[in-house]
Write a protein that binds this ligand. Structure first.
Ligand code: FAD
Length: 482
């Protein structure tokens, strides 16, 4: 494992689970929701990348806000540390224990509470899997304002807690814009009901935003109210090749000007990412004829007029071809073709996993500089590793991945702190959308000022004075002990 947990000491203030605790949880939740089975615990202790592994002896599956409240109240009184867990698809080691923290998984809280077809406001429990909400809304003629490659497993509570970005942010904005309200349980068991369904409410501090993106460090999100857009009838997907990064950048500028009102995704991948997808994913093929393409761009438009949307896209593509911005391209002719193009982009994370060990960085960088870091790192690391760049170019978000046969401290020493320093120097963020988790808790200063981090620590102290919630994560270790 490439875990950094070995460098952290278990906080001795935390209690360890005893038989009285187990008895209490069984009485509260029922025997089958108190999991001590080794196989189930192995899965819950291990993150999606198989990079971070904890050693928790207890997984709890509460079924209601009241149960979450009782669990936290008890854990707080006993000083038992807790990891809130959703679909466990997080990529920064935030969703698994570092040591023996109690895992509280919201998977059993998976009901849609209400849906208002006039306003498009969906209220659900936090454990709903994103894809099941997508399907529910589809039946009602609406869509979720976010879409991620992990939608089959991740939960809306996890999405909110990580402020997940994903493939539609360019169109609908971040979850800070779309989450209208939420319910959260604080470390002491208090239930904070902020489950509003209003678009506008300027009465005091908007506390829900503290829980959007705080990665389970301030409370457990139990319900979410979210604004969903209507499903539009015309979706077009184009898959394009560009000869250099500058063309991708110019294409983005042009697409905003010419297709801005219908643009719903602008994703890019380099030839190394394409290679990985072709070599490691079943049934994936490059829809473009073989040629040496350095970059690929996926453009999706979503609008309401099939004929004019299509004509506009095709005119845009013809013009871009004439201008030399794209060297080749296809427009999907049906849903199957569109989804096979999306499979390439969405499958890269899985392809990287299959290729061996991977160091993942999720950076916000001014668009014009995004690919410089990929090339600099490639030169620095030489041929022993494969440096791969892809991501949400329309949002200025690069997924920089370094793939190598196995985790190796010598390779890591070449990557870090270089990547963080480079990003900070160019005015970027070391976490565009995955969060800080365990991986980057100590790196926060590359993106936030000492005063801001100190204020975050004060908020943490106020809401979770014993620091039982997701310890060792998000904030630097020096600030995360009670
Ligand atoms: P988990 O992984 O279980 O938890 C993530 C964090 O949230 C942890 O810190 C955990 O403690 C906390 N948490 C979970 N549930 C709760 C809750 N109810 N209350 C409080 N805290 C909670 N992310 C993106 O932003 N954009 C992408 O495009 C994207 N694509 C991905 C593609 C793949 C193939 C994979 C594997 C991951 C991808 N991710 C992406 C990362 C990940 O899917 C997101 O971070 C997702 O939002 C995590 O949701 P989850 O339910 O799996 O949460």
């Amino acid at each position: 494992f490439g875990s950094i947990a070995t460098k952290i000491q278990r906080n001795p203030e935390f209690a360890t689970i005893n038989s009285d605790d187990i008895r209490y949880f069984r009485d509260l939740l029922g025997e089958k929701n108190v999991i001590q089975d080794e196989d189930a615990l192995l899965a819950a202790n291990m993150d999606w990348m198989r990079k971070y592994q904890g050693s928790s002896k207890l997984l709890l599956l509460p079924r209601s806000t009241e149960e979450v409240s009782q669990v936290l109240k008890y854990c707080n009184s006993r000083c038992l540390a807790v990891v809130p867990q959703g679909g466990n698809t997080g990529l920064v080691g935030g969703s698994v224990p570092v040591f023996d923290e109690v895992i509280v998984n919201l998977g059993s809280m998976n009901k849609v509470i209400s849906f208002d077809e006039v306003s498009g406001i969906l209220v659900s429990e936090a454990g709903c899997i994103l894809e099941s909400l997508v399907n529910f809304l589809d039946n009602n003629g609406f869509i979720m304002p976010l879409d991620l490659g992990s939608k089959g497993s991740c939960q809306i509570g996890g999405n909110v807690s990580t402020n997940a970005g994903g493939l539609r942010l360019i169109r609908y904005g971040s979850l800070h814009a779309n989450v209208l309200g939420l319910e959260a349980v604080l470390a002491n068991g208090d239930v904070l009901n902020m489950l509003g369904t209003l678009r506008k409410d300027n009465t005091g501090y908007d506390l829900k935003h503290l829980f959007i993106g705080s990665e389970g460090s301030l409370g457990i999100v139990t319900k979410v109210s979210i604004l969903t857009p209507p499903k539009l009838s015309s979706v077009n997907v184009a898959f394009l090749a560009c000869t250099d990064y500058l063309s991708c950048q110019k294409l983005l500028l042009e697409v905003r000007r010419k297709l801005g009102e219908v643009l719903s995704a602008f994703e890019f991948l380099d030839e190394q990412a394409m290679d990985l997808a072709l070599n490691h994913l079943e049934g994936v093929r490059n829809p473009l004829p073989p040629a040496l393409h350095k970059f690929y761009v996926l453009i999706e438009t979503t609008g309401s007029d099939e004929r004019s949307d299509r004509e506009k896209l095709e005119a845009f593509l013809a013009h871009s071809m004439e201008e030399g911005l794209i060297s080749d391209g296809v427009v999907a002719q049906d849903i199957q073709q569109a989804s096979s193009v999306w499979n390439i982009r969405e499958g890269i994370a899985e392809a990287l996993m299959k290729a061996g060990a991977v160091y993942k960085y999720d950076l916000s960088i001014p668009v014009e500089k995004i690919y410089d870091i990929v090339e600099e790192l490639r030169n620095k690391l030489g041929h022993l590793t494969r440096v791969v760049g892809f991501g949400h170019l329309g949002d200025g978000n690069l997924h920089l991945n370094i793939s190598c046969p196995q985790y190796d401290d010598a390779v890591l020493a070449q990557i870090e702190p270089f990547v963080y320093e480079w990003t900070s120097k160019h005015g970027g963020s070391i976490s565009a959308e995955h969060g800080l988790g365990l991986m980057k808790a100590d790196k926060i200063f590359y993106s936030k000022s000492p005063a801001a981090v100190q204020l975050m620590a004060s908020v943490k102290n106020l809401l979770d004075p014993n620091h039982i919630l997701n310890p060792y994560k998000v904030l630097p270790h020096s600030l995360s002990s009670p």
